[in-house]
Design a protein around this ligand. Structure first.
Ligand SMILES: Nc1ncnc2c1ncn2[C@@H]1O[C@H](COP(=O)(O)OP(=O)(O)O)[C@@H](O)[C@H]1O
Ligand SMILES: N[C@@H](CCC(=O)OP(=O)(O)O)C(=O)O
Length: 385
């Protein structure tokens, strides 16, 4: 199947594509730093207002909007006298701490013009992988939407460490779209669509639809945009589109000033078709949002039970444990060759496990008490890789 390039012809297919956009009831919109800031790095009031107007129109039409907005670090640069996005984490976090307040204040003022209230939601990776946090994040977002407020999500940059960072809001937006079971993810950038190569390069052409991996073969997505402002460039956007479409959510990628037109169903930007299958939301997050904190080595029988028969993992099938983790952390389950076969949330601390390995749950319960009858990883907390 070929990639569709250049201006789209008005076909029935295009009609269906746009219907997916105009009929979407719950929409996650992600906007990048480069679309919110001026050339010198401060927040661009006019751009913020253009976005707010487009989103307020959606809300007025009874549709639910979750905004994932970058820009905290960019907004904090000028007030701190920083000429460009810092490389070190501590200065990025200081800039985000200053900028996030300015950013949300600006949004609050913008949405207030439309009599809409905003709610700030700052998420860390833990919030979307630990079951209790995940439920909490979902409940808060759900409640904000029920109360007709506009949730504005960003990564909680000030507390995120290098190891547990999302680092890019494109992926965070895809995961939020899965979390709230959105009908559409809209990625807004400073470029009007995905192109076959960097749009500044002669010969690059616009891609209007992506139906699957085949349409991405040969597309050059390397190179970020405006130096010192955005983070991921197209790589993270395409990855976010993969995650969302893999979850069954269609994605539109376009430029921020075209958001209103795209939402009205005009054929702008690039449309990524959803894959059909929808996995269970929580496990989907586990697979995509988590960095494992350790590894459990399984004997062949345990691999067969977990992968082949979708059983819980018991201590008897584990031969060794690596890593430092506590109960509730994500860990990888690896086979005898060291290949990861599944990821799950472990029910024990790393220090407890060596004394349990190879022993049956009955034996452990008799020796150590009924609490030790529990699985090491419950099958409901497991996702196959
Ligand atoms: N194939 C491509 N199609 C479109 N844009 C591309 C492509 N490859 C690289 N880019 C660059 O990616 C930039 C968008 O990334 P970035 O600046 O990180 O955005 P944001 O701040 O919106 O997250 C574009 O401005 C463009 O220069
Ligand atoms: N959380 C960071 C956003 C990082 C990020 O993904 O930026 P971008 O590539 O502009 O979407 C911030 O608010 O500055």
């Amino acid at each position: 199947m070929g990639t569709r390039r250049g201006p789209p012809a008005p076909t029935a297919q295009n009609g269906r594509v746009r219907e997916a956009v105009t009929q979407a009831r719950r929409i996650v919109v992600k906007i990048g730093s480069s679309s919110l800031t001026t050339a010198t790095g401060g927040l661009d009031d006019a751009r913020v207002d253009t976005l707010v107007d487009a989103l307020a129109a959606l809300a007025a039409a009874g549709r639910e909007v979750v905004l994932v907005s970058s820009g905290a670090i960019a907004a904090g640069l000028a007030p701190l006298g920083l000429p460009r996005r810092p490389r070190d984490l501590a200065t990025q976090q200081a800039a985000a701490s200053v900028g996030q307040g300015l950013l949300i204040g600006r949004y609050a003022a913008g949405f207030a013009r439309h009599r809409l209230t905003v709610g700030q939601v700052l998420l860390t990776v833990d919030d979307v992988t630990r079951r209790a946090h995940y439920r909490n994040a979902y409940r808060t977002l759900r409640k904000l939407l029920d109360l007709r407020a506009v949730p504005i999500v960003n990564e909680n940059d000030t507390v995120a460490t290098e190891e547990i960072r999302f680092g890019d809001n494109d992926r965070l937006a895809a995961l939020v779209a899965a979390l709230v079971d959105a009908d559409l993810l809209m990625l807004l950038s400073d470029v009007d669509a995905l192109w076959t190569g960097n749009p500044t390069r002669p010969g690059s052409t616009r891609i209007t639809e992506v139906r699957g991996e085949a349409d991405l073969a040969g597309v050059d997505i390397g190179g970020a945009g405006r130096a010192g402002v955005g983070t991921g460039g197209m790589v993270t956007k395409v990855e976010a589109a993969r995650i969302a479409t893999g979850f069954g959510i269609p994605v539109v990628l376009t430029a921020a000033p075209l958001a209103g037109a795209a939402l009205a169903g005009e054929p702008v930007g690039t449309f990524f078709h959803p894959a059909r299958r929808r996995p269970a939301a929580r496990l989907f997050w586990l697979a995509h949002a988590t960095a494992p904190r350790g590894r459990l080595h399984l004997d062949p029988g345990a691999v067969q039970a977990v992968v082949g028969r979708r059983k819980s993992l018991l201590p008897a099938g584990i031969t060794a444990v690596d890593g430092t983790f506590t109960a509730g952390d994500p860990v990888d389950l690896v086979d005898v060759d060291g290949a990861s076969v599944a990821r799950g949330l472990v029910n024990y601390d790393a220090v407890e496990l060596p004394g349990l390995l190879g022993r049956s749950t009955g034996e452990l319960a008799a020796a150590l008490g009924p609490a030790y009858e529990r699985e090491v990883v419950h099958r409901d907390d497991l996702v196959l890789l």
